[in-house]
Design a protein around this ligand. Structure first.
Ligand SMILES: [Zn+2]
Length: 84
């Protein structure tokens, strides 16, 4: 295990790059580049963990005991400014 300079304690953060964007802490998944808001003053890891467990590119989720690995591959990037 490597120690990082970040003040984030949970090992969940090892899977994310955390940045401050317009005053909002945003975690970017290292596997699929999806961004998840990581607010400090809530259950700050809940949304991140939620993504962590559903992330289809997370090696931890690629297991034979998971039955939902047959999702169609989605290559689109979530962009709120893009038209539907
Ligand atoms: Zn991900």
């Amino acid at each position: 295990m490597q120690k990082k300079v970040l003040k984030l304690i949970s090992p969940i953060w090892d899977h994310y790059v955390v940045e401050l964007v317009n005053g909002v802490r945003v975690a970017t998944c290292k596997y699929c580049n999806e961004t998840v808001r990581a607010e400090q003053n809530k259950n700050n890891t809940s949304s991140v963990k939620n993504h962590h467990y559903k992330c289809r590119k997370n090696p931890a989720n690629i297991r034979t005991d998971q039955t939902f690995i047959n999702f169609p591959k989605v290559g689109s990037v979530v962009d709120p400014s893009a038209p539907m």
